[in-house]
Design a protein around this ligand. Structure first.
Ligand code: GDP
Ligand code: MG
Length: 597
């Protein structure tokens, strides 16, 4: 294809501002998919994405568009994920395209993820076309939002296109702007092949599919290529494009985006950001590589029914084949038996994987407390990375600990600012900046990641009635006074409930946890002490009193119906409980005990 007739772009938006719907309309308007085959959110392939309304993997589609100038253009859209956990995937797909549509909901305005994503587009040197969406709604206020885009982001929004992705209004103008405002890609067809490995995933029929952007040269079916990062050779057996179904073609030239297959067995054998070139006389200099996405949140996944361990192993193996940012290793817990210590990009990523194991593989799981990676600096001068509080070495060997910090950007309507500042303060945050964008405050905080991974986002949503938006970036490690807190149930330490906490907050956290556990653990025939301890020192204690022999509902007093439900649940699913010494602890306790409210 003639380079001048190609436009490559992505769509950046805050979640729910209409990115997927707009993509659907662009596909439909150009006749890429026949009306009768059209279904909503065409690019969001996985069930779970559809249900939660989020896009997780970047998806791509090639659209042919006959423009008003009479020429037919090839438009390649790479759809990017909208959630903070997947910011890394956004950045890598941005590097494969030259421009972005910046979609802002004209009833809402700029949000934290709008900012985070648009900055990534600016970093990738994109030309940006602002699009104001949802103009069919009465609350739409295009002037205000255009002004806000100029004030907060600093790009010209006077020509912003007014669109309703729902009704199709403004879609034609959007297509024309893509052709007129965004630059054509550059590339040298006579140079050796230089292709960027944008993404890869596993397909049951074709094996690993590799999404590529050709920078220079031509990728042809049947040729032998070299992956420059690990110097491996592969025979290209298929080349194709997404429309959005796969369509096989014979070659891809400069500026084009498509996929190849080459009998590659595992996603792990492909490195995102790698450069693909000819086997012989390849290009001299590789593209700047990407750093691989590093898991930042770790937790244990254990089968509720220990006989399902092998099934769990199989499920995790399969999921990992297709998700290089998900890591795992076997873990044994005195409390929970055999399971896996798994690493994730963030909490949403964790939930997605956990849900898929439970749903697609039908394995019930116990999830232990999510933890970040601590750096333990030992007295002998060595450093270890702690992925699991249960592995914390004896404090007498420890010189100091460091924990990961983040820079959090929060946009919030004025009236909730006080609550947000309090929340950040409670989570050991240090305020870095506070500015205004119209009636909304833009707050920047330096926070410990461990205070954020668990329920910060939920709390933020609840104190602001859903009006705050949030985004974060990792910034580095800092020393602090951190200790391991253990939980003892009936004098037995339950390793899966160990957490790292700040020393100043240990008592409060410990008290909250033992109180929660007292509610969550059903009564037994004997008294059960529940304690929080640091080293050998107990810092909080509750006692769950014994159940009387003549069990009737009225014995429970207080919140009878809730405890009754708990008991009913216990009866229904003995399986949902784990035995610790003589005590049964329900599955939900492992997560609920850690929620701070
Ligand atoms: P995404 O998270 O950015 O991909 O957003 P979606 O495309 O999933 O849209 C979020 C919600 O807004 C969905 O319920 C859409 O139906 C709705 N929506 C998207 N565009 C429009 C629009 O132009 N008008 C109206 N009224 N609703 C829209
Ligand atoms: Mg979407």
């Amino acid at each position: 294809t003639d380079l001048n007739k190609i436009r490559n772009f992505s769509i950046v938006a805050h979640i729910d501002h209409g990115k997927s719907t707009l993509a659907d309309r662009l596909i439909q308007e150009t006749g890429t998919v026949k009306d009768r085959d059209m279904k909503e959110q065409l690019l969001d392939s996985m069930d779970i994405e559809r249900e939660r309304g989020i896009t997780i993997k970047a998806n791509t589609v090639r659209i042919d568009y006959k423009a008003d100038d009479g020429e037919t253009y090839v438009l390649n859209l790479i759809d990017t994920p909208g959630h903070v956990d997947f910011a890394y995937e956004v950045s890598r797909s941005m590097r494969a395209v030259e421009g972005s549509l910046l979609v802002v909901d004209s009833t809402q305005g700029v949000e934290a993820q709008t900012l985070a994503n648009v900055y990534q587009a600016i970093d990738a040197d994109h030309d940006i076309v602002p699009v104001l969406n949802k103009i069919d709604l009465p609350a739409s206020d295009c002037d205000r939002v255009a002004e806000q885009i100029e004030d907060v982001i600093g790009i010209d929004a006077t020509g912003a296109i007014q669109v309703s992705a729902k009704t199709g209004q403004g879609i034609h103008e959007t297509l024309e702007s893509i052709v007129k405002e965004l630059p054509a890609p550059k590339g040298d067809v006579d140079a050796p092949l230089k292709a960027m490995l944008v993404d890869s995933w596993y397909d049951a029929y074709l094996g690993v599919i590799v999404l590529v952007r050709i920078m220079d040269g031509t990728l042809k079916k049947g040729m032998k290529v070299r992956f420059m990062s690990n110097n491996t050779l592969h025979h290209v057996d298929r080349i194709g494009v997404f429309r959005p179904e796969m369509e096989m073609i014979d070659e891809l030239g400069p500026g084009e985006i498509g996929f190849l297959t080459a009998s590659i067995k595992q996603v792990r054998d492909t490195r995102v950001g790698d450069t693909i070139t000819n086997e012989r006389n390849g290009c001299e200099v590789a593209l700047d590589g990407f750093k691989p996405a590093q898991p930042v949140v770790f937790c244990g996944l254990f089968p509720v029914d220990s006989s399902e361990f092998e099934d769990l192993r199989e499920a995790i193996d399969k999921l990992a084949l297709n998700d290089a940012s998900f890591s795992f290793e076997m873990e044994t817990s005195a409390a929970l038996g055999f399971g896996f210590r798994c690493g994730f990009l963030g909490l949403l990523h964790l939930e997605v994987i956990r849900d898929r194991i439970e749903r697609e593989y039908d394995i019930e799981l116990i999830t232990t407390a999510p933890s970040v990676i601590y750096e333990i600096h030992l007295r002998d001068g060595t450093m270890l990375e702690l992925h699991n509080p249960a592995d914390m070495p004896d404090m007498t060997h420890v010189e100091h600990l460091q924990e990961p910090r983040i820079k959090a950007t929060i946009l919030v309507p004025d009236e909730y600012l006080g609550d947000v500042l309090k929340l950040c303060q409670d989570r050991r945050g240090i305020q870095e900046d506070l500015t205004y964008a119209g009636s909304r405050a833009l707050v920047v905080y330096d926070l410990p990641l461990n205070e954020v991974v668990f329920d910060f986002y939920d709390r933020l949503k609840s104190v602001t009635k859903g009006y705050a938006s949030f985004d974060y970036q990792m910034t580095g490690y800092r020393q602090d006074n951190l200790v391991k807190m253990s939980i003892l149930v009936n004098d037995e330490p339950v390793d899966a409930l160990s957490t790292m906490v700040h020393r100043d907050r240990a008592e409060a956290r410990g008290r909250a946890m033992v109180e929660k556990l007292k509610d969550l653990i059903p009564r037994h025939m004997f008294k059960i002490p529940i304690q929080a301890a640091i080293g050998g020192k107990v810092i909080a204690r509750e006692t769950l009193s014994a159940m009387r022999k003549d069990v009737t509902a009225k014995c429970y007093g207080g919140d009878a119906s809730r405890k009754r439900k708990l008991l009913d649940k216990q009866k229904k699913g003995k399986k949902k409980m784990r035995q610790f010494g003589q005590v049964n602890i329900p599955q939900e306790a492992f997560i609920s005990a850690l929620k701070m409210d």
